[in-house]
Write a protein that binds this ligand. Structure first.
Ligand code: DGL
Length: 266
């Protein structure tokens, strides 16, 4: 048993969708979350900047003594997973991409769409990793850079987001005719309702959720699951945006948590 918290981070509130899955699958676990709301979005930044921001956040989370860190961000996973693991070799650091790729290949998907930020699509980590496991898989990738800023501003349900989704997706779906779609950004589960309504029949794969299954396997194998912890979940943000607060309240109402503003050195 290990009652230390699990550290999570994202450029903003997207990674909260991963915490939501943790609460569902492993309700005994406690969370320290860092959302870099002052510097979101990461998806249009350079790999160097993404790595610098991610390193600052992981240094901060490590100062809180977590038993594991989950990079609840595809953009950071694409560009900084290896360097973060090199920096902290003794802490399990999980990215969101490998578990998602494994699930898609295990399910036998053959024609797959991937939507994500510019930086994630630019890295082609999804394409390369899928093809490494299944050379016959067909992968179609698309960057959707306006979605994260809209989510961070609270435009999630409603017409503005629906039009934005259609702007990116209508042609992409029509041209490529894939059966399965990877939500390669942890903000995107929040727009799954639009995708299901607009493109029924396309199966969605959720990178926020798949990583939690991997976390469960690792914690179980190492006998590190929590039990009866009296800690409180803690959410930190580099800027306390109204939407970060209301989204945290909405997703985790009924659980005991604290939100605090912590700016990191640049
Ligand atoms: N949730 C992040 C991801 O999964 C969004 C990155 C961004 O801030 O653009 O990629």
């Amino acid at each position: 048993m290990d009652n230390r918290p699990i550290g999570f981070f994202d450029s903003g509130l997207g990674g909260l969708t991963s915490v939501q899955e943790l609460h569902r699958l492993l309700p005994e676990e406690k969370v320290i979350y860092y959302g870099d709301t002052a510097r979101t979005p990461y998806g249009s930044k350079s790999p160097e900047t993404i790595r610098r921001f991610a390193t600052q956040i992981v240094d901060y989370l490590v100062s809180k003594n977590p038993k594991m860190i989950i990079i609840a961000c595809n953009t950071v996973t694409s560009w900084a997973l290896d360097s973060l693991r090199d920096r902290y070799p003794d802490i399990p650091i999980l990215g969101v991409i490998r578990p998602t790729v494994r699930k898609v290949v295990e399910d036998g998907c053959k024609k797959v769409g991937v939507i994500a930020t510019k930086a994630t699509i630019g890295s082609d980590v999804y394409g390369k990793s899928l093809k490494a496991l299944d050379p016959d898989i067909e992968v179609h990738s698309l960057a959707c850079p306006a979605i994260v800023p809209l989510v961070e501003e609270g435009f999630i349900d409603g017409e503005i987001m629906e039009l934005t989704v259609r702007h990116y997706m209508d042609d992409f779906v029509r041209t490529n005719q894939f059966d399965d779609l990877i939500l390669g950004c942890t903000h995107y589960p929040l727009i799954a309702g639009h995708l299901n309504k607009l493109y029924p029949g396309i199966r969605l794969y959720n990178s926020s959720a798949e990583v939690i299954h991997e976390a469960k396997d690792i914690l179980t194998a190492r006998d590190m699951l929590a039990s009866g912890s009296e800690l409180t979940d803690r959410y930190y943000a580099s800027d306390l945006s109204d939407n970060f607060i209301s989204m945290t309240d909405l997703l985790f109402s009924g659980t005991d948590f604290k939100i605090k503003f912590v700016k990191l050195e640049d």
